[in-house]
Write a protein that binds this ligand. Structure first.
Ligand code: SF4
Ligand code: SF4
Length: 423
């Protein structure tokens, strides 16, 4: 299995488009386009599946939109103690009250839930749901992880995206991910030894260090070769742009590029209290290094390089202005996260901790998703999101889906509209 068509790998095909257009195939006229296509964000799906889902919604009604992607927060404990960890308040809440039925999901229940999600989406046109495992802690520590991944891929046709520091990956898990996952993204709290140590802020006597993380990257790339999956398994890295990383980006990119890593992503630090930090600027050193790398990252063997568009503030501003709110939260329809077995509208802290914003608790019953996605809470979510959302964690997704929906609903014959990538 190497995912090659005409010598172009599936991975390359998904990482290289420059924009997507919606065109009327009877007239050749382009009716909509965007160059904000975020390949790493959607991989191993692409923005095209999201466009098709909106088209289906316009044509057949919103209840016919499939769930395309689920981010599963299935393990609320972590061996790191990162500065700025966003998960801490919500996981304490999840563990200490009864709204989250299973902060750690029993494997038999998990399997039923996976089957139900894939059934729901399959009959709505999506055969391969993107299933992202990111814990709400360290996903490596979930005891039945290998069994869960094998079931999701082999029995449900899901495409696994695995996000972790990798600090607790067993040999068995490494082998399983190299064989079955479509994306492995290793999070680096820092991209040099001192920054890693400082920002991961580990308390234990057996710390996982920067060098361990780099060795893990090498091991994952080697395993991927052994399974001949370099054409479809994306291996990426992610870090936050923070002061102790300044001056280390080039060296880091060179190091991971030599191993065969595909993708690098540097993001702004997230905080629920952006207002308190809005005067903190990114350093000139970081800005100039990242902009220089943006021009030459391919020379280091990296295929996808993603940095924020606006490199001024150090913290990420997710506030949602009244005049830019979409008519509905599209993202809660196509990519609702799972917290334990609770299906939620999004991953914002104040949404996780308010059960009104939960579609409900999944048991894995056949047909239960039709009930949950149309139930009382679904109605509440529809009426209140984004109307009563102050920040939005899916701002870009909602923006492009809203603009596409506005165009598609005015088309005389929507069957004539098809989507094409431009390279
Ligand atoms: S690794 Fe992730 S979940 Fe764990 S402490 Fe760090 S930011 Fe939080
Ligand atoms: S914050 Fe954004 S993603 Fe979350 S419910 Fe509101 S509109 Fe949807």
């Amino acid at each position: 299995m190497n995912g090659q068509i005409n010598n172009v790998s599936e991975k390359e095909r998904l990482l290289s488009p420059k924009r997507i257009i919606a065109a009327d195939v009877t007239t050749g006229k382009t009716v909509w386009l965007t160059d904000k296509i975020f390949p790493q964000h959607f991989y191993p799906l692409s923005i095209k599946e999201y466009c098709e889902a909106i088209k289906r919604g316009v044509k057949e009604g919103f209840s016919r939109i499939p769930i395309l992607s689920v981010s599963s927060k299935d393990f609320p404990y972590c061996d790191f103690n990162c500065i700025d960890c966003l998960a801490c308040p919500s996981r304490e809440w999840a563990i200490s009250n009864s709204y989250i039925k299973y902060p750690v999901i029993p494997i038999d229940t998990y399997k039923k839930v996976l089957s139900e999600i894939s059934r729901y989406s399959r009959i709505r046109g999506c055969d391969s749901v993107r299933f992202e495992l990111c814990g709400e802690g360290n996903p490596d520590l979930y005891r039945d992880r290998v069994e869960m991944i094998k079931y999701a891929t082999q029995e449900c046709g899901m495409k696994i995206v695995y996000v972790s520091t990798g600090s607790q990956m067993s040999e068995e898990l490494i082998e399983c991910l190299a064989q079955y996952a479509f994306c492995i993204r290793i999070s680096f709290p820092g991209i040099n030894s001192a920054a890693y140590d400082f920002y991961s802020h580990q308390n234990s006597s057996h710390t996982f260090e920067y060098e361990d993380a780099i060795n893990l990257i090498g091991k994952l790339c080697k395993k991927r070769e052994e399974f001949r999956r370099s054409g479809e398994l994306l291996i990426g890295t992610r870090t936050c742009i923070r002061p102790l990383n300044d001056g280390s980006y080039t060296n880091f990119i060179r190091t991971i590029g030599e191993f065969g890593v595909d993708a690098f992503q540097a993001v702004k630090v997230l905080t629920p209290e952006y207002g308190k930090h809005q005067c903190e600027n990114m350093s000139r050193k970081a800005i100039s290094e990242l902009l220089a790398l943006k021009e030459c990252y391919r020379e280091f063997g990296i295929s996808s390089f993603q940095i924020p568009n606006d490199l001024t503030k150090i913290y990420n501003d997710r506030s949602l202005r009244e005049d830019s709110k979409p008519t509905r939260c599209w993202s809660s329809l196509v990519s609702p996260p799972l917290y334990g077995t609770n299906l939620i509208c999004c991953v914002l802290w104040d949404r996780i901790t308010n059960p009104l914003y939960h579609y409900g608790i999944m048991e894995g019953r056949n047909g239960e998703l039709e009930e949950l996605m149309n139930g009382t809470n679904a109605q509440f979510i529809k009426e209140n999101c984004p109307k009563n959302c102050r920040d939005c964690c899916a701002y870009n997704d909602n923006k492009f889906m809203e603009s596409l929906w506005r165009v598609l609903r005015t088309q005389e014959n929507i069957d004539n509209i098809e989507f094409f990538f431009e390279y």
